[in-house]
Write a protein that binds this ligand. Sequence first.
Ligand code: GLV
Ligand code: GLV
Length: 328
Amino acid sequence: GKPKILVTRAVFPDVIERLSREFDVESNQDDRIFTREELIARLQDKQGVFLNSSERMSAEVIAACPGLRAICNMAVGYNNIDVDAATRAGIPVTNTPDVLNETTADFAWALLMATARRVTESEHWLRAGQWKKWTYNGFLGADLHGSTLGIIGMGRIGQAVARRSLGFDMKVIYHNRSRCSPDIEARANNAQYVSKEELLRNADHVMLVLPYSPQTHHTIGAGELALMKPTATLVNVARGGIVDDKALIETLRAQRIAAAGLDVFENEPAFDPGFLELKNVVLTPHIASASEPTRRAMAECAAANLVAALSGKRPPNLLNPQAWKGAD
Ligand code: GLV
Ligand code: GLV
């Protein structure tokens, strides 16, 4: 018969239909999040899993599912999967890069602009009926044009963010694990490579676009926040855990930086309620890739990876080539 797969969360019905042509599909269109035990139980007879970042494929879960032959994440980030454990078990792992670069960069700018210009804070005030008169100093924010944008993580999304800064006449500085080629720097609005400390000291707006890993845990903590300008904005569209949220809440409470725009949080969706007491923060529920065409493209990309992997064809977005035993 057909290979059996589990789709762990609700997804576009036509993607389920497409998968059903190739596989015996167990789906979860009710979208109740499985416990770890339920996930393991449902994966016992499955060869493939199509999952989201709400499911943790830890070494223990992987070891408990010996029939698994493909792990396909519908996300570019894959810190929910222990890729080393999957590689040791000979299981290919895939993600959905590239299809979301431009949409995520658009949203990074939406969050930066909303944060710097106090869009949501002033809207809450208006909705609360407090707008009685115009004032010369109401909701004064920071300018984007002519300012210095500091990008930490100059991968494909970081580069797409940088390209957009050209229209705002901004200077771009960046920090990355390794320096980008002169070609990439030129296309990224002539971005200048600097140390993390130099970036934090000089940027008017700091944008975090780096992947989460144990090495990037708390890339921004109390010490880093202390280096930032008191007028600076911090935006995180990358992952919870890259910022020390407790330290950020303290910093925002004391107004040691101007504001933060956050799409991701430690322990999301159970984020630190301390954020809700602050006015100088814009909070969104992990939606940077959420445009209709891009979420569709991500689902189709994850499906294409799963179909390839289970039919012995090298999946387009294979993260662990060491685990690939196929002919090509
Ligand atoms: C996991 O991938 C997360 O969303 O933090
Ligand atoms: C979204 O957070 C993703 O990693 O694609």
